[in-house]
Design a binder for this molecule. Structure first.
Ligand SMILES: Nc1ncnc2c1ncn2[C@@H]1O[C@H](COP(=O)(O)OS(=O)(=O)O)[C@@H](OP(=O)(O)O)[C@H]1O
Ligand SMILES: Nc1ncnc2c1ncn2[C@@H]1O[C@H](COP(=O)(O)OP(=O)(O)O)[C@@H](O)[C@H]1O
Length: 255
């Protein structure tokens, strides 16, 4: 069985979380992986029906999603979670749940600035907030606690969606979460150099020294395979703790 993991895409409304998740999902499915996208809106219709946007309700929502994601990931699924998750303690609780179960977990901060998000305004929420029709909008009049040490930070402004998806793909390759058959199928479809331009551009920004070390070790282990994005400094695997998470999953025999 392939190694599953949860990839949590956190960021403001209209940052690009959902778009990146679906682009990446398509690419991963094309490479033969089992993928689920746990979309925030769908979850709120069913699993979290009745919850609002108070701090407490957002925390409950994020914990429920984290629980389901871990279950799926522990069975070899790559679970993509485009959910705002505005609070650090909520995100850390989900990470810890995964660590406790030895399941891989990757946090991607889709770090599109609020002024760009408010122009995109995919669902008209920023306009409604500005018109006084809505309050408690994340990043405007409700908190968004910026992840201090995400595994990857992506700025999407002026970048193609495929570049953003490629940056996440590169991280997964570095972590050994897409390997073997998937990399070979990807290489066949996109050519041996892949098409991960994000690796060479400034759009996917490495986040920490600790993270950089993690990426280096992954390459030394040979898990970077033929994913060229992993070799650039911009789309670099990041934190030591995540690297351990993925490794433990493999050691447990879930790979
Ligand atoms: N007040 C307020 N603040 C933030 N977001 C709001 C709000 N009201 C509705 N929405 C829409 O709800 C979508 C799902 O939110 P999430 O479940 O991802 O949020 S949370 O993690 O529970 O905070 C979220 O989806 P995305 O735009 O895809 O992020 C918003 O469009
Ligand atoms: N590089 C990029 N990555 C992701 N989305 C982008 C990018 N560039 C532009 N966009 C656009 O930004 C919007 C993001 O919307 P969405 O994915 O629904 O955001 P979120 O799920 O974070 O609320 C989409 O219209 C998408 O086409």
């Amino acid at each position: 069985m392939s190694t599953g993991a949860t990839v949590w895409l956190t960021g403001l409304p209209s940052a690009g979380k959902t778009t990146i998740a679906h682009a990446l999902a398509e690419r991963l499915r094309g490479a033969g992986r089992r993928v689920e996208v746990l979309d925030g809106d769908e979850i709120r219709e069913f699993l979290s029906a009745g919850l609002g946007f108070s701090r407490e309700d957002r925390h409950t929502n994020v914990q429920r999603i984290g629980f389901v994601a871990e279950l799926l990931a522990s069975h070899g699924v790559l679970v993509l979670v485009p959910v705002i998750a505005p609070y650090t303690d909520s995100r850390e609780a989900v990470r810890k749940r995964h660590q406790a179960q030895g399941t891989g977990y990757v946090e991607v901060h889709v770090a599109t600035p609020v002024d760009v998000c408010s122009v995109r305004d995919v669902k008209g929420l920023y306009a409604r907030q500005a018109a006084g029709e809505l309050s408690g909008l994340t990043g405007v009049d409700d908190p968004y606690e910026v992840p201090e040490d995400p595994d990857l930070r992506i700025e999407t402004q002026d970048r193609a969606v495929e570049e953003s998806a490629a940056a996440v793909w590169a991280l997964l390759a570095e972590r050994g979460l897409v390997t073997g058959d998937a990399l070979a199928r990807e290489a066949r479809e996109r050519g041996p150099a892949g098409d991960a331009p994000a690796a060479t551009g400034p759009q996917a920004t490495a986040t920490s020294e600790r993270s950089r070390r993690g990426g280096g070790e992954a390459r030394e282990r040979g898990t970077a395979g033929d994913a060229p994005a992993a070799t650039g400094p911009q789309a670099t695997a990041t934190s030591e703790r995540s690297r351990r998470g993925g490794g433990e999953a493999r050691e447990r025999g879930t790979a």
